[in-house]
Design a protein around this ligand. Structure first.
Ligand code: MV4
Length: 483
């Protein structure tokens, strides 16, 4: 790699650590910027250099002028944005280029195109990628919107063109609700995204959320790294991601790969990207959006494909050719990622910060942990509640679920509430074990789950008490025999 020798990482937490690890293996220097809330972050110590960024803990990572000037001062060649924060800002990608820095990601124009959900749908439709019936221009007039909704047929969904995370989205079940929902979606879109543009499309009941990982270089080479099922989510936050989907017909899979690589090739997209689809019960495929960043769930794809997505992303940004072409990529087994969040599932998933007083991670074959947690670490309150990810893999689906069950039972984090008890229930659920889940899964199951400590943990606690009692006895006996 000629052009990149030093990278500034404009991110924090587990993804900052993940990028540092990729840099070390590529023998590239890494530089991090960190907010006041992140002084104790383990990634700050692991990077070759670190520089504080001042102000509000969240805004520090969004305010790009100080970050750019630090990158120049530290003589970096490139900036990796990770996910969230500046990762999908076309304005930031342009500012990097103007400052003479390589933005490790797609072109600003591609970020801009795919930031507009409606424009990306139109672009994909032109290429022959299936999309849901709906409007190609923003709906500004209520009466016109209602007329279109009737033509499509209820239920329909109103979506913010520049939205994300489920915001500015409303399901409309009948014509009489249209006005209220249209207003709510528009107002919410205006509030969160600064633009009120909304569009309408046919609503799919309980779809599966399946996405295809793509890597494309600047020489026109495009490869897919298989699909992920991200259906298990709560309030638009993914909770578990799986590769490959345990319930997908070979025909649908082949079609997903064909249309995804074709679209990426035709659009001249470069870098890593994810093409997101909804699949109905009959495996009908509908493109919904394209993500122009590296995603939280990229590890499951790395595990089944053997491709280091972050390393290849950096190489492509440096102008290198893709190291592996499609024929050289072989998929092996299954991988499941469990997002570990510091929240209390017994208290409506309220974020729960604290100091880690005890930390014991699972290990053994087929277990990977991407986390910046350590014993004694106080989790900051300003950021997302995700504190790490557990990724397990095995050759068959049943073995992967069993390994997940074992690994989740081993995982012990004390000092803060986590959603590990929720994961322990999911992997024991018959529908999960049979691969029967869609986006409605968690809402349907939540009430039946027992979120108190699992019996395996209670057994372990009994053993700990037994062992200490035994040691007490032995010590007492020894004292007796010696005297
Ligand atoms: C949909 C849909 C059904 N039909 N679009 C959710 C996240 C965003 N990326 C797109 N999402 C959806 N889009 C159509 N045409 C279902 C979802 C969806 C969802 C919608 C409302 C409430 C919860 C949901 C959970 C997962 C997916």
């Amino acid at each position: 790699m000629k052009t990149i020798k030093k990278v500034l990482i404009a991110n924090r937490g587990e993804i900052a650590l993940r990028i540092i690890r990729a840099c070390k293996e590529l023998e590239i220097k890494s530089v991090v910027v960190f907010s006041e809330a992140d002084v104790n972050g383990v990634w700050v110590r692991k990077a070759d250099e670190c520089y504080p960024i001042m102000g509000n803990p969240v805004e520090a990572y969004l305010n790009f002028e100080p970050i750019l000037s630090l990158a120049k001062k530290a003589e970096c060649d490139a900036i990796h944005p990770g996910y969230g924060f500046l990762s999908e800002s076309a304005e930031f990608a342009r500012a990097c280029t103007e400052a003479g820095l390589i933005f490790i990601g797609p072109s600003a124009d591609h970020i801009e195109l795919f930031g507009d959900k409606m424009a990306s749908k139109v672009a994909m439709k032109k290429i022959g990628v299936p999309v849901l019936e709906g409007t190609d221009t923003p709906i500004t007039d209520l009466a016109e919107g209602e007329k279109i909704a009737k033509e499509i047929g209820f239920p329909v969904i109103i979506k913010a063109a520049f939205g994300g995370g489920g915001r500015g989205m409303r399901i409309v079940k009948a014509a009489k609700e249209f006005g209220k929902m249209f207003e709510a979606a528009t107002n919410e879109s205006m509030k969160y995204f600064g633009k009120g543009d909304v569009f309408i499309e046919k609503y799919v009941e309980n779809p599966r959320h399946i996405e295809v990982q793509i890597i494309a270089d600047s020489f026109g080479n495009v490869v897919h790294l298989g699909e992920r099922d991200c259906s298990i989510q709560r309030r638009h936050q993914k909770v578990i991601e799986i590769a490959p989907s345990p319930r997908l017909s070979p025909e649908a899979r082949k079609e997903l790969f064909r249309i995804s690589t074709k679209a990426i090739t035709r659009l001249g997209y470069e870098s890593v990207g994810t093409v997101e689809y909804l699949l109905d019960e009959d495996d009908n495929i509908y493109f919904i959006e394209m993500n122009t960043r590296v995603q939280v769930e990229h590890p499951v794809t790395e595990v089944i494909s053997g491709v280091d997505i972050i390393q290849r992303m950096i190489e492509i940004a440096a102008g290198d050719k893709l190291k592996y072409l499609q024929e050289e990529i072989k998929f092996r087994g299954y991988a499941i990622e469990f997002r570990i969040n510091s929240e209390n599932p017994q208290n409506n998933f309220m974020p729960s910060s604290g100091t880690v007083t005890n930390y014991l991670t699972p290990g053994g074959p087929g277990v990977r942990i991407d986390s910046s947690l350590y014993e004694g670490y106080e989790t900051p309150t300003s950021y997302d509640s995700m504190i790490g990810k557990l990724i397990v893999s095995a050759l068959d689906w049943e073995g992967t679920v069993r390994k997940a069950t074992r690994a989740l039972d081993e995982y012990n984090i004390e000092g803060l509430h986590t959603n590990i008890p929720l994961h322990r229930q999911i992997v024991r659920d018959i529908d999960f074990k049979e691969g029967k889940f869609n986006t409605g899964y968690l809402d349907k199951k939540m009430d039946a789950f027992n979120l108190s400590a699992s019996s395996a943990i209670q057994e372990e606690e009994k053993k700990i008490s037994f062992i200490s009692a035994m040691i007490q006895k032995i010590k007492a006996n020894k004292l007796v025999t010696r005297s």
